[in-house]
Design a protein around this ligand. Structure first.
Ligand SMILES: [Zn+2]
Length: 389
């Protein structure tokens, strides 16, 4: 809502709203207060609770496309701030995983930074990261998914990513630090069906968090640096060097892509930047990727690469898990009875796109006890048939 609309609804005139917004605390009459909570559709408790996180549009680590309006940036900042307060309230009930991500000085080499982050994640230097979103959250960095359409905002302005250009500075996610003391890193990613893009965006945002913690507008160079970090985190050049085919082609790079979980687009840039392929080979592969058409999808290979359907896109789980732990709830609707300070549609945005609980019947003892009732046996048979199909 614009200020004008709010003032009109509440019958406020002149500088009254500005005065209310600027004051540290204000008193309103009961009727006026109630009316305000109705107009703004937030619970009364929201207005009587001091905010903890302060996030400014300038604190967001991302390079916004030129078309991003200041209102949109402000929205992204306030969304992060609200998430920060939500995380703080969860943390006070059940401590969140401690933050294990380091912060590096300007100019730290990307290979060193990525190697250290792998170490903090407890992943060996020569092993692929099987589920990056989980490892990230285990390091104390909650990952939030934004859906294209939400009840609180309607359809978001969401420029289609022009994959065929191969440009990487489009806004697929952003990161920042939240919490009363600004020490809780947070990654927000757009929901995408592409598993390659989802993983890569998370890796790229970790790059910003560890390399560009100083904040301020993200520069073109920092954008490139975060991207180089992402590739190095997913597929350390020193480890993959021995696995690169002698004459790399789009097709013979697929096993490397699938093993390390990195798109061919990012992989060929990475191989070129790490001097594992020469410039001519890189240009040739790049041209093929963005001009040849994948017959299964009708898009170029750049948009739907070979192996595009080999995995499901990663989804976060930490927030849903903590809501379960703290409130025994597994949906925003189930939080209603807890009188939180946010309306249900905003809580739905917080919890959007979280992964469901892992299926427990995977454990042999469970399978046996459930199998005797017959249920799991059928489910497993269906699963096998799907696999065969
Ligand atoms: Zn970026």
């Amino acid at each position: 809502m614009t200020s004008k609309a709010v003032m009109a609804e509440l019958g406020w005139k002149g500088a009254r709203q500005t005065r209310l917004e600027k004051a540290v605390t204000s008193s309103l009459g009961d009727d006026e207060f109630l009316r305000m909570t109705e107009v703004l559709r937030f619970p009364p408790q929201f207005f009587t609770t001091a905010p903890g996180s302060r996030v400014d549009a300038a604190d967001l680590l991302f390079r916004a496309p030129r078309s991003t309006t200041s209102t949109e940036k402000e929205y992204l900042a306030q969304f992060a701030a609200a998430l920060g307060d939500f995380l703080d309230s969860l943390d006070s009930r059940w401590p969140l995983p401690p933050v294990k991500l380091p912060i590096f000085d300007n100019g730290t080499p990307v290979t060193y930074a990525a190697g250290t982050v792998r170490e903090r994640m407890g992943i060996s230097p020569d092993a692929p990261i099987s589920y990056l979103t989980y490892e990230t959250e285990r390091c104390g960095v909650p990952v939030i998914t934004r859906l294209r359409r939400s009840r609180s905002t309607g359809a978001l302005s969401w420029d289609p990513v022009d994959d065929d250009t191969g440009l990487s500075e489009k806004h697929l996610g952003y990161s920042t630090r939240v919490g009363e003391y600004g020490d809780r890193p947070l990654v927000v990613v757009r929901a995408s069906g592409s598993w390659e893009r989802t993983r890569w965006t998370v890796a790229h945002e970790i790059g910003h968090l560890v390399l560009h913690a100083g904040g301020g507008e993200v520069t073109e160079d920092q954008e490139l640096e975060a991207s180089r970090f992402a590739s190095e985190l997913l597929a350390p050049a020193a480890c993959i060097a021995g696995e690169v085919p002698k004459v790399p082609s789009l097709m013979n790079l697929v096993p490397l892509k699938l093993k390390w979980g990195i798109s061919i687009g990012a992989l060929i840039r990475h191989l070129s930047a790490s001097e594992l392929i020469d410039v001519q080979r890189y240009e040739m592969l790049r041209r093929q990727l963005y001009t040849r058409v994948n017959p299964d999808t009708g898009h170029t290979w750049g948009k739907t690469e070979p192996g595009w359907d080999a995995r499901e896109a990663e989804r976060p789980r930490l927030l849903a898990r903590w809501v379960e732990r703290c409130y025994g709830a597994n949906s925003a609707a189930m939080l209603a009875s807890h009188q939180l300070i946010w309306p249900q549609d905003v809580l739905e945005d917080f919890l959007a796109g979280q992964r469901a609980a892992p299926v427990r019947s995977a454990s042999p003892s469970m399978a046996t006890s459930e199998g005797s009732k017959g249920g799991t046996v059928i489910a497993f048979e269906q699963f096998r048939q799907r696999r065969r199909a």
